[in-house]
Design a protein around this ligand. Structure first.
Ligand code: DAH
Length: 339
């Protein structure tokens, strides 16, 4: 019995020494001290021992158990310390490393251009008023003198939601909405998103932005329109910028014009930028059609006014010399961070 105990004890010590992690150590504990462990088996066989020797054998078993337990506990502490050290080493923080920079976002070229245009018109006493992107056919077309059978309706490939509701194809419906409110005089611009079912390419997108302008008051003439847009062009593209008004047609203005600015790259001599012509087209405008005034509840005998519509992307592309509109929508940080 004594030898058997000695042997169990040596076996246990050996396996404790071999255990190199806490799981293995626990296995050893179970193998010797667990319910079905080797030392437990010895304890259970005590009933076979001669009663006279039982106290002595019992003491030996207890001693063996105590020394195995103590060795297990000591080893457990050592292994736990080791595990903690390894963890500490892994989680070490090198405070001398340079701090990581978080890239800071900033305004999109469209947003910068819009703010620039708003700043110029606010400086001339205009209000900024926004209108809905989902619009009635009535405001997008009818009240702007574009009746159901008008060819201009086909020109602006419209996304319809129902027969009467659509995604606005232009910011011009905001004109009708503001005029209808009847607070005169009016001096407003209206920036916003518009939609047309166009294929995507370098100069087209199914969703882009316009800025609408509208002035209604007594005695407003084409001279006011020319003066205002001339000043706008000079503030946007530089002091020396000239403007040219070419006759054009829009259903909601009469007379109508398209406005070109002298090329701010070559000063009008002709270059790659203006395709050799010296001029760059930037917007459409005209005197608000008397019929439109009437439909929106304003007496054309008493009031006149002018309107204009600028493509925001066009301004952004020109100002920042970007040659593909798609870049404005891809939101590639490497592109955006240049502005
Ligand atoms: N709405 C026109 C378009 O989408 C732009 C425009 C032209 C607006 C002349 C106007 C204007 O207010 O007077 O092409």
């Amino acid at each position: 019995m004594k030898e058997k105990l000695q042997e169990i004890k040596e076996q246990a010590m050996k396996r404790i020494l071999e255990a190199d992690n806490l799981d293995k150590l626990n296995d050893v504990r179970i193998a010797f001290l667990g319910k079905k462990g080797e030392l437990t088996a010895v304890l259970k066989s005590m009933k076979n021992v001669d009663p006279k020797e039982r106290p002595m054998v019992g003491q030996m078993v207890n001693e063996a158990r105590e020394s195995i337990e103590k060795f297990l506990d000591d080893t457990k502490k050592k292994l736990e310390n080791k595990a903690r050290e390894i963890q500490m080493e892994r989680e070490v923080i090198d405070v001398t490393l340079p701090a990581r920079k978080n890239p800071v976002g900033h305004r999109h070229p469209n947003a910068i251009a819009q703010e620039e245009v708003e700043r110029i018109f606010i400086g001339m006493g205009y209000e900024v008023i926004e209108g809905p992107e989902i619009e009635y056919d009535e405001y997008n077309f009818e009240k702007l003198n574009i009746p159901a059978n008008h060819p201009a309706k086909d020109e602006q490939d419209t996304f319809y939601i129902t027969k009467d509701i659509l995604l606005r194809t232009q910011t011009s419906p905001v004109q009708a909405r503001v005029m209808e409110q009847g607070k005169l005089p009016i001096r407003m611009i209206s920036p916003g998103r518009v939609f047309r079912s166009d294929e995507v390419d370098a100069t087209h997108s199914p969703s882009f932005h316009q800025i609408e302008g509208l002035v209604i008051d007594k005695n407003i003439t084409f001279a006011d329109l020319k003066g205002t847009l001339g000043e706008f062009a000079r503030q946007l593209f530089g002091e020396g910028t000239k403007t040219k008004f070419r006759p054009h047609h829009f259903p909601f203005t009469e007379p109508s014009a398209e406005v070109d600015v002298s090329c701010f790259k070559c000063g009008g001599k002709g270059c790659r930028f203006c395709k050799g012509s010296g001029w760059i087209e930037i917007l459409g405008c005209g005197m608000v059609h008397p019929h439109v005034l009437e439909m929106c509840g304003i007496d054309p005998e008493e009031y006149t006014g002018f309107a204009f519509g600028v493509g925001l992307e066009r301004i952004a592309l020109l100002k920042y010399e970007i040659d593909d509109m798609r870049l404005l929508y891809e939101n590639d940080y490497r592109f955006l961070k240049q502005f």
